[in-house]
Design a protein around this ligand. Structure first.
Ligand SMILES: [Zn+2]
Ligand SMILES: [Zn+2]
Length: 167
């Protein structure tokens, strides 16, 4: 859990507190099933007093191990996320649904950081934009050269049907 003490900034109208952390994935409650983080997650940002709310602004970056959706190769890439969230005092009225609240001088920023990082992770990772993937015939990685298989001929059942129609 990552908690910020905001007692000081709550007292001043333009109060602002900056932070820079290297967080272990479990401090962000991220498991390797969520996201395979290599090392730590860098979190830099600030929390400021914006009058009726506290404003959290942060940039996250992490090295993440991924599996290419086309060639199944493992590779590591950087995932970056921007966080911009409001924290409402728990006593406030008309709090937006799903908004973050705080009720003391300590604000727990774990959840917004965690959510932003997980949302920034692509659903289908590719080792490179134009990854050629695997040959559907022999399974060779087509990025390392052509295997020579005939991947463009029609399905044998279709070929038989064509032959049948011709006759
Ligand atoms: Zn690939
Ligand atoms: Zn092949």
């Amino acid at each position: 859990m990552i908690k910020l003490n905001v007692a000081e900034i709550k007292r001043r109208l333009v109060g602002k507190k900056t932070f820079a952390y290297d967080l272990a994935p479990d401090e962000l409650e991220i498991t390797s099933a969520d996201m395979d983080v290599v090392g730590t997650v860098r979190a830099e940002g600030c929390i400021s007093n914006a009058g009726d709310v506290l404003l959290l602004e942060a940039e996250l970056s992490a090295q993440v191990r991924r599996t290419c959706g086309r060639c199944l190769k493992e590779f590591t890439a950087v995932t970056k996320a921007d966080v911009l969230e409001k924290f409402y005092p728990a006593s406030a009225e008309n709090i937006e649904k799903d908004a973050f609240v705080y009720d003391s001088d300590v604000v727990d920023i774990t959840e917004p950081l965690r959510e932003s990082l997980l949302l920034a992770e692509p659903i289908q990772a590719l080792c490179k934009e134009d990854c050629k993937g695997l040959c559907p015939v022999c399974g060779a990685d087509l990025n390392s050269g052509d295997c020579g298989c005939d991947r463009f001929s029609v399905d044998p059942r279709l070929a038989a049907l064509k032959q049948f129609i011709k006759n």
